[in-house]
Ligand binder design. Structure first.
Ligand SMILES: [Zn+2]
Length: 268
């Protein structure tokens, strides 16, 4: 039925629809990024300016456009709206497009979108606060397990219990590899090297992508970390960087190209 209705749209129409859906979702992710680390409800109340507390009108809350129209300032008090809002909306929309073009209108796409939305929240909260909210970490691990049981095709199986098992294995191996690295790092450097948030984040990634992709993520993340770390070090004196964003970025790369990367490593 849906196929019949949508067959009247052309490819541009589809993509535009997905893009707008991504923008609206990104707008909600911004709310989560602001409120989750502050222990506030993401549902109520409506969005307010954090400075003057004035409720934001719907026409000032349109993704991307409002930011441009308001030139990045609150209409009431002219306090600067962080550019991050704009970035998160755009990033989410492009992720929606990427997933849709790779996996189509499928259940798999929906699962990957949910997964990536969790990663986007984790990334920006980690950037701002150096923590990853448990709603995302623990919530993601549980959700990953449940989805893997209901939809075992996520782990290339048609047997429910096997989907659950592979998700569980992803959690143990993904979380375990960072946990052990942390213990070794703490011993060598005599200070905390890996946060508990990183352990839970890679466990969550394992829950959705399985143990092989979790290990691959673990090895790819430091490459991004090193590149950005060098840039940050050149620009500031701060060498302390949040690790969650690099795990997230690596896991997205692995989601799209993981199988190819594994093939290349094993059979080149
Ligand atoms: Zn204001």
């Amino acid at each position: 039925m849906a196929g019949f209705i949508f067959s009247n749209f052309d490819k541009v129409g589809y993509n535009f629809f997905i893009f707008v859906l991504g923008l609206v979702t990104g707008s909600f992710l911004n709310v989560c990024i602001y409120r989750l680390p502050r222990e506030q409800s993401v549902v109520k109340p409506r969005s307010r300016c954090p400075h003057c507390k004035k409720t934001i009108a719907w026409y000032d809350n349109i993704p991307l456009l409002s930011y441009i129209m308001l030139r990045g300032k609150c209409r009431n008090c002219s306090t600067k709206i962080p550019f991050q809002y704009f970035i998160v909306e755009l990033l989410t929309a492009f992720m929606f497009l990427w997933v849709y073009n790779q996996f189509g209108f499928t259940i798999l796409s929906l699962i990957y979108i949910i997964f990536i939305c969790g990663l986007i929240i984790a990334t920006f909260v980690d950037f701002n606060f150096r923590i990853i909210p448990d709603e995302i970490n623990i919530g993601g691990i549980i959700l990953g397990l449940v989805i893997s049981f209901i939809y075992p095709y996520l782990h290339n199986s048609s047997v429910n219990i096997l989907g659950l098992y592979r998700s569980f294995l992803g959690i143990i191996i993904g979380g375990g590899i960072i946990w052990i690295t942390g213990i070794i790092g703490d011993f060598v450097f005599k200070k905390e090297t890996m946060g508990g948030g990183d352990v839970k984040l890679l466990a969550m990634i394992g829950a959705f992508l399985g143990w092989k992709m979790a290990i691959l993520t673990f090895f790819i993340a430091p490459i991004f970390g090193a590149i950005v770390g060098i840039i940050i070090k050149l620009r500031t004196k701060n060498s302390l960087i949040a690790y969650g964003p690099y795990l997230s970025l690596a896991s997205v790369v692995v989601l799209f190209w993981g199988e190819n990367i594994l093939m290349w490593i094993l059979f080149r």
